[in-house]
Design a protein around this ligand. Sequence first.
Ligand code: KIV
Length: 287
Amino acid sequence: MITVLDVRRFKAEGKRFAMLTAYDHPTARILDEAGIPVLLVGDSLATNVLGYESTLPVTMEEMLHHTRAVARGARDAMVVADMPFLSYQVSVEEGIRNAGRFVKEAGAHAVKIEGPQLELIGRLVELGIPVMGHVGLTPQSVHGDEGVGELVPEDRREEQAGREDGGGPVGAPRVGDQRGEEAARRVLDQALAIEKVGAFSIVLEAIPAELAREITARVQVPTIGIGAGPHCDGQVLVLTDLLGLSERIPKLAKPYADLRRVIAEAARAFAEEVATGAFPDEAHTYR
Ligand code: KIV
């Protein structure tokens, strides 16, 4: 069973590692057997599985339901549950209660929290609930400056905002100008602060590779990049992007399979055989 200590050791030993999102039991079984050490039940469940426009609507109950399924499938992998929007922002007490539900009721080994929720992260670590931090693009802040910041590539902002029409805050300054430098400093400071209060790893989402390299060099805990370049200690992809199931694959993701095509072909072949009477044949019929 992969633990927080193993994840920390990956960095100490210079071993790059993969994390994937997982949302259900069969996929968790497959990823676990494939040796993926960390499975994240991301709140991207909202857009990738449940059909919401953004990650904001997904509820604690929905996240718990899918975390349970993944936890039942993970024998060796560590299961990290993403705390959904407004499950931890209202008060530290509520954050503790909800993080505790993921561990107590759903079998998660750790939780992930977006942004510099320093007091909450510190309290959870004290209570024995490991926390993965998350800085850079933080999709739960999609309507605010912090989430869709100056560093985030435009295609990612629009995609995270659930908009296809280019409705994101386009034209925001990038690294190299003053606001970009300030944003880079802010992300670095957040990562350092999150490490200081005890997070065991930090996701860096959609930030320039140079900044990710600096953060990775400055923190002792592993960084896990998504759209953050090659210098992070680990990399994470959203499963539906990896498998080619997503309708739109963002620039930061690489599809390693084309399951949309495979599924469509299988469905069409079945429908065709039903129409012609070729299925069910003798081999699939009880006598
Ligand atoms: O919800 C999610 O899938 C995530 C990853 C992009 C890190 O937070």
